[in-house]
Design a protein around this ligand. Structure first.
Ligand code: ADP
Ligand code: MG
Ligand code: MG
Length: 894
């Protein structure tokens, strides 16, 4: 390909802009955009993701690249008035990765490229600051050794600690220029020894090595793991940004920091940020020095006793730069019309912006920012709605600590990510994963977290760290995952050796239970009761009202009880898309009757047993139909294989035998008889109705009986009877006939009038393929995408855990098809069946009732293929409403 590989930015202009994030990565596109906006950005250039894709294929940098980089370099040199590799006054660079979407901490940046034993002297002479020059050189050798040459960062960190100990100092900043020189020599020795080659002297060699390392970092395990969790394609690749260095480590008039244009935790419209004087790059987020707040408001909002309360703010120490930063904040928010997360550096009093991107925020913050930005006139309602992600609502629907509960607050840290979490303490990511896989609730407790901990964080219920700020790795990642997190709890002492957490004079061991409240920052002993979230936040109501106005898809719920039905209705459900009747057969008396029915030798005794079940079922339907008055309720007739209702333990069998007055051996024989090799493909669904019509008959009697009774009480009932597991039109015709005959008989006997529908699930591929035939016998289709996925892939839903991880790790599947609808395969069946069905029966209603009904990308698919509704669990209903609105808005906006 002969396309352009290098995009320059600097001096008020840029080759790229914010729309080019696929090619330039988010960081590169926004550096270009900020430059165009006139925001002060050090000049540089971006190497495209297309080059990365080629590199992944060939393992080589392209021939075109060399010349384009040289040309862009000359442009930067011109703007800066310095030259790269100039021993008298060297221009230095950072090499930064930047994929299409931000992947915090995943890709490593190398700063101060271009320094060597000669150029460092030029830097020292020109800056008049020898310590600064050697600090920069030290950082380069350290980062380069780690990121590019693969020497363990711990080894290098140990060398620093060792030297600090020897000198009797605590902070890096206390090391002298001579100390740093010694350290550089130590680092170089370590690098030669462990990498088998020397740290490169030649700045160009450094640069190309850095570029290659960024491309290679796309494939490191932690980057892959992050992509897997966040469903980011392996194909996208990363861009490389090569940017002139500015220095926050030039002394006390220099600083570096990060900020959010609004509070990322609460969404409050206040400028929020942290910084460190005389520091560079990641120092702020590394958690080694306690960062200072940029303004008084931020300092005053810190919890009592937090060290940051005693430290001066940027507003105090550099009022001019702070004012400039405030102006940049306004400029960026107006332009991007979204909350931004920025990085800045102040070099000897001069402000430089190094990054902007839309800031990660909590659910509460997301809805508040969206509503307030609309009110401030920054965005229209449709765009405001796009500022809220479905996952944000998920967080809002998290548990909280029961306000009535007596709790013992041990200490307070930063409220880094909201919601309450409780579980047993685990001190390492691996042990957290291990325990969580055994079904235990875990709180991961660390001094600080790093990208290696991603898997453990993902499995933990919540995260507690003793170090770091609101922008620490733990805080950022937890917010992204929507997990409760308390960060930087300085009063908590974590000892990895003894595996203990000491706080408020108490010592907790691994396995002890604690609770964290990520909304307040509290660390709490034991497990106080949690309560489900409330949905009466006015910001949420406003968002939901916008969503309801924008969407076309209806949202129903899956609910089996009147309680769930009422809850879902509060969440905005427009009916029930799936009411499973099998749950109604459990419980003391019911299961006994059910077992009696199954074990009965003939129809008459089956009917007798069912006679006892019917009134109980009818009472359940009664409650559900009343709770859903005015809305449709789809009730599925019995679906699971019968053996699921029989006892398995010997004790239970003997008990049942006594109960029914038969011998235990008879029961064992019957269980043996009902045993199937492939129960999921066995005697279940409508096959039960075919062999034991009386089961379905009794269920229909109960449904229609309830409908008549509820209607007589003045409610508006809309029952929809759904036949599961249909594969052929004949099957359906037979079952439909049975349902209608039964319903009409009941209606006639009662002298009542009730409307009802009879339809089917589409979950067997053959039904989808012959949907035109099936539709002639159905008032509605409901896509049962769990079974449809199972049967289309031939993946057993119950056994997939054994091989799915390998499929995901090898990229053989992009995501778990039971969570995210496989649009190309299973989706094709859905789309085709919808079209064929509608053509054959224009009155056909179409919906989906699998787990996918609550998954945003699957919901978008359902919208596109023209379904009428999705159905999901009660707590996902608000999320589905938002996702349905967003797909409609995006479609409208084109
Ligand atoms: P990440 O994507 O992990 O945030 P970045 O590329 O943004 O990595 O860089 C890491 C740190 O180095 C950030 O604090 C950033 O501001 C700083 N940095 C990057 N390039 C420069 C530069 N040219 N001058 C000064 N600081 C820089
Ligand atoms: Mg960054
Ligand atoms: Mg099914």
């Amino acid at each position: 390909m002969s396309d352009k590989r290098v995009y320059f930015f600097g001096d008020g202009g840029a080759d790229g802009d914010a729309t080019m994030r696929n090619l330039l990565g988010g960081k590169g596109a926004n550096l270009a955009e900020m430059t165009r906006l006139g925001v002060p950005v050090p000049p540089g250039f971006t190497i495209t993701t297309a080059e990365c894709a080629d590199y992944q294929r060939t393992g080589k940098l392209s021939a075109e690249l060399q010349a384009e980089v040289k040309a862009a370099m000359a442009q930067v040199e011109k703007v800066m008035g310095k030259r790269f590799a100039d021993p008298a006054d060297p221009l230095l660079f950072s090499v930064r990765s930047g994929a299409r979407v931000s992947m915090p901490g995943m890709m490593d940046t190398v700063l101060n490229l271009g320094l060597n034993d000669d150029t460092v002297q030029g830097l020292a002479a020109r800056s008049g600051n020898e310590r600064f020059a050697y600090d920069s050189y030290r950082r380069l050798v350290q980062m380069y050794g780690d990121v590019v040459m693969g020497v363990s960062s711990e080894l290098l960190e140990d060398a620093i600690d060792h030297l600090k100990e020897k000198r009797g100092v605590k902070l890096d900043t206390e090391l002298s220029a001579q100390d740093l020189r010694d350290l550089i020599a130590t680092f170089k020795g370590l690098i030669e020894k462990h990498a088998g080659r020397a740290f490169p002297y030649d700045p160009w060699e450094q640069l190309w090595g850095g570029v290659r390392a960024v491309f290679e970092s796309w494939q490191v395990p932690r980057a892959k793991e992050y992509r897997r969790i966040h469903r980011i394609s392996d194909e996208w690749g990363t861009a490389v940004n090569v940017q002139a260095m500015v220095f926050g480590n030039m002394g006390d008039s220099s600083a570096t920091g990060v900020a959010f244009t609004r509070d990322p935790s609460t969404g409050e419209n206040r400028f929020y940020g942290e910084f460190l004087i005389n520091a560079q790059g990641e120092d702020v987020v590394a958690g080694t020095r306690t960062p200072q707040q940029i303004n008084h408001a931020g300092r005053d909002a810190m919890p009592a006793g937090h060290e940051a309360r005693t430290l001066p703010t940027l507003e105090d120490v550099m009022p001019g730069s702070y004012a400039e930063l405030v102006a940049v904040r306004e400029r960026l928010e107006k332009h991007y019309r979204n909350m931004q997360d920025v990085e800045f550096t102040i070099q000897e009093g001069r402000l430089w912006m190094l990054q902007t991107r839309s800031g990660k925020r909590t659910g509460v913050a997301a809805i508040r920012i969206a509503v307030e930005m609309e009110r401030e006139g920054l965005v229209k309602a449709d765009d405001a709605l796009l500022l809220v992600e479905p996952d944000h609502l998920d967080q809002l629907l998290h548990d909280q600590i029961d306000p009535e509960a007596e709790i013992e607050v041990l200490a307070s840290g930063l409220p880094a990510s909201p919601g309450a979490a409780q579980g047993i303490i685990k001190f390492s990511a691996e042990s957290a994963v291990e325990a969580a896989d055994k079904g235990q609730a875990v709180v991961l407790v660390r001094r600080e977290t790093s990208p290696e901990d991603i898997a453990g964080m993902n499995k933990a219920r919540g995260i507690l760290t003793s170090r770091g700020g609101m922008t620490s790795h733990a805080a950022v990642v937890a917010r992204g995952m929507g997990k409760p997190c308390v960060a930087g709890c300085g009063e908590a002492f974590v000892n990895y050796e003894t595996k203990t957490l000491t706080v408020a004079g108490r010592t907790f061991k691994e396995g002890d239970v604690i609770t964290i409240n990520g909304t307040t920052g509290a660390v709490i002993a034991g497990a106080p009761p949690l309560v489900p979230p409330r949905l009466d936040d006015p910001n949420l109501s406003r968002i939901m009202a916008w969503a309801d106005a924008a969407r076309r898809l209806k949202v129903r719920t899956n609910a089996d009880t009147p309680h769930d039905a009422r809850q879902a209705r509060e969440f905005g459900a427009q009916g029930i898309g799936l009411c499973r009747t099998e749950h109604m057969f459990f419980g003391e008396d019911r299961i006994r009757r059910m077992r009696q029915m199954i074990l009965a030798g003939d129809e008459a005794s089956r009917r007798e047993a069912l006679e006892h079940v019917r009134p109980l079922q009818q009472a359940d339907f009664d409650g559900i139909l009343e709770a859903m008055s005015g809305l449709p309720v789809t009730i599925r007739l019995l679906d699971p294989p019968l053996h699921e209702f029989l006892p398995t333990g010997d004790k239970e069998i003997v008990e049942l035998a006594g109960d029914l007055g038969v011998s235990a051996d008879d029961i064992r024989r019957k269980i043996e008889e009902l045993h199937e090799s492939n129960p999921m493909l066995g005697h279940r669904g409508c096959r039960l109705g075919v062999t034991y019509p009386e089961i379905y008959e009794v269920q229909v009697e109960a449904i229609i009986g309830a409908a008549i009774a509820v209607k007589a009480r003045g409610f508006d009932v809309r029952p929809e009877i759904m036949i599961p597991l249909i594969g052929t039109v004949r099957e359906l015709a037979e079952m439909r006939q049975l349902c209608i005959a039964t319903a009409e008989r009941v209606i006639k006997a009662a002298g009542a009038k009730v409307e009802y529908l009879v339809g089917t699930m589409i979950e067997v591929p053959r039904a989808a393929l012959t949907a035109d035939e099936i539709a002639t016998q159905a008032d509605f289709f409901s896509f049962g995408t769990n079974d449809l996925t199972q049967m289309t892939f031939g993946f057993s839903r119950d056994d997939i855990a054994k091989f799915l991880p390998s499929y995901l790790a090898k990229g053989l599947l992009p995501t778990d098809p039971f969570q995210q609808l496989d649009q190309t395969g299973v989706g094709q069946l859905v789309e085709m069946a919808a079209q064929k069905g509608r053509r054959a029966n224009p009155h056909l209603h179409l919906g989906i009732c699998g787990e996918h009904g609550g998954d945003p990308s699957s919901i978008a698919f359902c919208h596109k293929v023209g379904l009428d509704y999705v159905s999901c669990s009660p707590f996902r209903v608000p999320i589905a409403r938002l996702a349905a609105a967003q797909v409609a808005i995006r479609e409208k906006q084109g």
